[in-house]
Design a protein around this ligand. Sequence first.
Ligand code: NAP
Length: 277
Amino acid sequence: MEKVYGVIGCPIAHSMSPEMHNDLFDFYQLQSRYHAFHIEPEKLSDAIKGFKAIGVSGFNVTVPHKIAILDLLDEVEAVALNIGAVNTVVNEEGRLVGYNTDGQGYIHSIKQKMNQSLEQSRVLLIGAGGAARAIYITLASIGVLNVDIVNRTKEKAVELIGSCQYKNSSTALTIKEVEQALGQYDLIINTTSIGMHPHVEESPISLENLSENTVVSDIIYNPLKTKLLKDAEQKGATIDNGIGMFVNQGALAFEKWTGIFPDTTRMETVVKKKLGG
Ligand code: NAP
């Protein structure tokens, strides 16, 4: 019998996940389909009961359900619990188990761009929202200790560091402080929405003091090259856009469902086509 997978969100019509996963199911000749399910927040509990009743094999979770879903699952893995958000659910013999592959997806992707050990690197995280939380806690969980955070609302950065259950030596800084000390970072990650379409002329920080040895990464993928990345490229730094994180969080979810770690180059091609080339 065909297995059913999907993504739940509100809105969900523009999700790229159905095309990405259905292409993989076809490529690996698996009798499975992946659907987008629009679920209003007040219907979430009923929807999850329904998924369980009809035996949905697994699903992704996106805005605004990533936090609310925690209380509706049978089990949540430790890192996802510390992040406080789930983006992937696996039906394990009738029990719904929640994971967070966003942070791991990011790490999987960025490791391919770094020419030094991530664990030894000095990292600057810009932002302290949902995506920053997933990346920060996952980095700490694998032993990346030196991660400073700069956020418009500094208290949120302080709160994020304080809530991390893994060892770290992080400091919450102001924009002025990080702009002056930019040269000390091996990796800079923008997790804010600054620079996202249509505000493509905006950048979260000035890169005047950037070293060309720094990798600058932006998890935004619309546009593929944000102003931050253009500025970093001009300084001779290595750049990395948000496609890698998106594709790898999906690849890790696919692996949890099927046991196959899929061809991420193939996934990237599907996503780039969907984004308009
Ligand atoms: P979120 O929880 O709403 O967090 C937004 C962050 O951006 C906060 O740190 C917020 O600062 C900051 N911010 C927003 N507008 C700002 C402004 N005008 N000036 C300064 N700071 C501002 O959002 P999220 O879910 O983390 O998503 C953030 C970005 O990541 C989005 O662009 C999203 O598309 C992208 N994303 C990409 C992937 C991927 O797979 N590549 C996955 C998830 C998200 P305050 O705390 O001060 O409000």
